[in-house]
Design a protein around this ligand. Structure first.
Ligand code: HEM
Length: 512
């Protein structure tokens, strides 16, 4: 085996040398000077790679820039027009994904974000489009609004653990939307396994972390092999992933047979599609992808929102004034109030612009192409640096500053058109994501003051704006005091939570 691995490494280097010499004769995009074999790897920092890539793009070109990695050439895009040209206008060939061997072998081979652009992906996207249609998403609003009230109640009981409350609420909502049957959100084992699955996903889908992603032959190493820690990670992951993907789905089928299923994503599609086994498996994985897509992303976004409110009290005050003026003090704001709360909506846009929780989008092109005179060979790994687009000072002046007002001006490009991606791989959950984020933000602002905590000298602890490294960009852990704005606000939370507990925990069937 060792010999095979060494042979593969040698072959890879020879191949990469040959490819490089082939590329020398073609018109390739400019990029930073690269070392033989190692390419630019030594110049790439471990953290905030998108910032380095933006700085390089300012020198070598925002349209297409070449970055050499051992065995792989990346084309980095830092210009929105090029992203639209390639991922939308030429989506038939630019909608595939680079293979992630580590994640595939950990049980995620069929998860939608990792699928290449094939028949299975097309079926899965069609199902997601149906199950997350505007009408379907609207039918989830009452459930999400009720969950928000329960979230506020839990937050006040245990405010230090606010990030966990975000995760639990997002996970509850995702499980309910995906499977819907009564009791799904009270199944603590399922919730725990599902959150564990999401954590595994974030670990194994981590470009640059696993050597096996660059050298897939390593995947054939037996688990007993010394230094094969990654194989043990895969072995431990698979049963957890399998349980999350199958157990709640089998429950839905049982509830459907018994006539007790809700109007969830899975139950609706199982009935409307009358699926063959292959399509049923696509529905099973599409439901899991709702969970994988929703939980960490919503948690990270709401963590950045809390972070911003602690740092920028004047923004918080303006939003609270708007909510008081438009909604009053007799009810909690809801998702449906979005159009009448433009300033709160502008805060949400600014959160998604200022701290996009995904900074770069991977794509792979399936056939040779030419763009602006540059050759893009089939199989090229492309990275769209959406962070760079959202921090372009020509579009968003003083991009490092948190300024929701910028989105109230005419003609400012909407960051939501970029944060959720492009074309045939655009985030299918963007309506759910925006609804849940907006509803939670508005309800928090209506009832609570988000303030810095004090140190032992009574001084405010203002969090530094720094990111934890990972697939999803989270702020480094920070403290926040959640202070009820008034007795009336406390009563609103109490009443909202009581109401949420009193109504049946059912999703009603939607119709388009
Ligand atoms: C704050 C929330 C969210 C953000 C910022 C976000 C962002 C993204 C982005 C940037 C992509 C990749 C798009 C591309 O490559 O062009 C994506 C893909 C995806 N998202 Fe989201 N997302 C969020 C929430 C959700 C939710 C709530 C769901 C499900 C209900 C979801 C489901 C998915 C799925 C299944 C994919 C893979 C699509 C594919 O590969 O074809 N996301 N998301």
């Amino acid at each position: 085996m060792l010999l095979q691995v060494l042979a593969a490494i040698a072959a890879l280097f020879v191949l990469s040398g040959l490819l490089n010499s082939r590329r020398r004769n073609m018109h390739v995009p400019p990029g930073p000077k690269a070392l033989p074999l190692l390419g630019n790897v030594l110049d790439i920092p471990k953290k905030d790679v998108h910032v380095t890539f933006r700085d390089w793009a300012n020198i070598y070109g925002k349209d297409l820039m070449k970055v050499e990695m051992p065995g792989e050439t990346l084309y980095v895009i830092s210009n929105k027009k090029v992203m639209v040209d390639l991922f939308e206008a030429r989506s038939a060939i630019y909608s595939s994904k680079p293979t992630m061997t580590m994640a595939d072998s950990s049980g995620f081979k069929n998860s939608i974000p990792l699928l290449p652009y094939n028949a299975r992906l097309k079926t899965s996207r069609r199902l997601l489009k149906q199950g997350l249609s505007p009408a379907a998403v609207r039918s989830y609003f009452p459930y999400i609004n009720n969950r928000t009230a329960l979230f506020l109640e839990a937050l006040l009981k245990d405010p230090d653990d606010f990030v966990r409350h975000f995760t639990r609420t997002a996970a509850h909502t995702a499980l309910k939307i995906a499977y819907g049957y009564e009791g799904v959100t009270e199944d603590h084992h399922l919730l725990h396994t599902a959150i564990e699955t999401m954590e595994i996903f974030a670990t194994v889908v981590n470009p640059g972390r696993w050597l096996v992603d660059t050298l897939p032959i390593l995947d054939r190493i037996p688990v007993s092999f010394p230094f094969a820690n990654f194989k043990r990670v895969q072995e431990e992951s698979r049963p957890v992933v399998f349980e999350t993907v199958s157990k709640p789905f089998e429950e839905v089928k049982k509830h459907l047979a018994e006539g007790t299923a809700d109007g969830s994503f899975s139950s609706y599609l199982l009935q409307s599609e009358k699926p063959d086994p292959e399509t049923e498996d696509c529905i099973r994985w599409a439901a899991t992808s709702i969970f994988l897509g929703q939980s960490d992303t919503t948690t990270a976004t709401l963590s950045w929102f809390t972070h911003a409110m602690v740092k920028f009290p004047e923004v918080q005050k303006k939003a609270q004034e708007e909510i008081g003026r438009v909604i009053g003090n007799d009810r909690l704001p809801e998702i449906q109030d979005r159009d009448s709360l433009p300033y709160v909506n502008a805060i949400m846009k600014e959160i998604f612009r200022w701290q996009p929780i995904i900074s770069m989008l991977p794509r792979s092109v399936v056939q040779d192409d030419k763009y602006n005179g540059y050759f893009v060979p089939a199989g090229t790994y492309l990275l769209a640096n959406i962070w760079a687009v959202l921090h372009d000072p020509e579009v968003y002046p003083e991009p490092e500053k948190f300024m929701p007002e910028r989105h109230l001006k005419e003609g400012v490009p909407n960051p939501l058109d970029v944060t959720f991606g492009f074309g045939r791989r655009v985030c299918p959950g963007m309506q759910v994501a925006q609804s849940q984020t907006f509803g939670t933000m508005a309800a928090m602002l209506a009832t609570l003051n988000l303030k810095p905590q004090k140190d032992e000298h009574g001084r405010d602890i203002i969090p530094e704006t720094r990111t934890v490294d990972g697939l999803i960009r989270f702020p480094v852990p920070f403290k926040c005091a959640f202070v009820p704005r008034s007795e009336a606000a406390l009563k609103l939370i109490e009443r909202g939570a009581e109401h949420a507990r009193s109504v049946p925990d059912r999703l009603e069937r939607w119709s388009d």
